[in-house]
Design a protein around this ligand. Sequence first.
Ligand code: AMP
Ligand code: ZN
Length: 464
Amino acid sequence: MNIFLHNTLTGKKEVFTPISKPFFGRPKVGMYHCGPTVYNYPHIGNLRAYVFADTLKRLMKASGYKVEQVINITDVGHLVSDADTGEDKMEKARAREGKSAQDIANFYTQIFFKNLKDLNIDTEKTHFPKATEYIPEQIAIVKTLEKKGFTYKTSDGIYFDTSRFPHYGKLGNIDIQGIREGERIGTHAEKKNPTDFALWKFSPSDHKREQEWPSPWGVGFPGWHIECSAMSKALLGTTFDIHTGGIDHIPVHHNNEIAQSESAHDKEFVHYWLHSAFVTIEGSKMAKSEGNFLTLQSIKEKNISPLAYRYFLLGARYSTPLNFTWEALEAAQTAYKRMNSNVAELPNGGRARTDLVQKALSFISDDLDTPKALALVWDILKDDTLSPADKKATIVKIDALLGLLTKEQEKASVIPPAVQALALERQNARVQKDWKKSDELRDKIKAEGFEIKDTPHGYTLTQL
Ligand code: AMP
Ligand code: ZN
């Protein structure tokens, strides 16, 4: 089945074609998702970016891909303004909390991991590289850029000269001319162009930073953008399939990543760029700087399950802005609970209806149309032409894409392959009217702890 993704690079929905060709086994897909800056609690808006990345991963897995996924941890170098001005967010947190940057990073990284777990985000084999662990790789790219003449030095760092990269601003068709004519305020007087950005920043002379490293240009720390170019190169290569982030990353961060990676390696950096829309609250972007943010913890404190928030998110396509209200979240909680209890009441042992599972996959393959897949689950629950056990088996299979069912239900409906094989053998015996063999197989299935029943729609298996 074709996968269609809306590519910010072309502004179009395109068929996904992976870079890797499968010679042996499954084809691979390499995906990089800009991760959190670990200076504070992630807010529920930030977490949308990872539920989106997770849906993409689930889609790729269900479509037979081997997924190589990277979510980086930004633990240095992200300045208060994306345009390289202001304090480093980690240093700011250090002053606020009176702890070391390392302790702050460790603390909020653990919170982030806990949030991912609570949201049922599949982290199997996901890499979570920390920017501070890839300093030599970042320096190496800056050296390459310097050698090729893309950099210049100012009093506070080494900068990338964006006028040397002809395609600068290609992602999202950014009006570079407008910016160059002075739209972007607060730019640095020594920059050659307002869009130029820091690759390496020198430690300030008036106070000591905790996080600093020697480099060929002086003691300092990396720019935020170079971190993602270096970590993606180290783990996925110089060209990879998919890069995601929130829409706020399009104009600056992602265009900067493209400029430096493509200039350093003379290769296309990423084939598909996907961006998730904001979670807003009372019409404004939820943001730490706005002070209007909610954490997953604050939701839990109101007795709302994090999976109800996941349900709320999946109720809209990732690219649609989503306005948060407590009423909408409570409605999502009611629906999420109802879905789980309806599924829990169904007997185990049925068989998934392949056509319906494929239908759900086709919705998610259409640029992650999660609302349609959710609606399909409700249609299946209401569909009386399906046996109750088959309904359950079908929904559990579809849930591999949605991640909304509680673990107990998934486990309860898993029938061991040996029992499935006996049930199939018995079905064949019945087709051949070999009733004796059929009864013997029923006993064998019972000995394995399952009861088999025959219905007009086929057999059901229930754990005894
Ligand atoms: P940060 O930790 O600030 O680097 O952000 C982590 C991710 O959250 C990025 O992909 C941002 O684009 C995304 N993000 C930030 N604010 C929001 C929001 N209000 N709604 C959705 N995503 C957001
Ligand atoms: Zn990034």
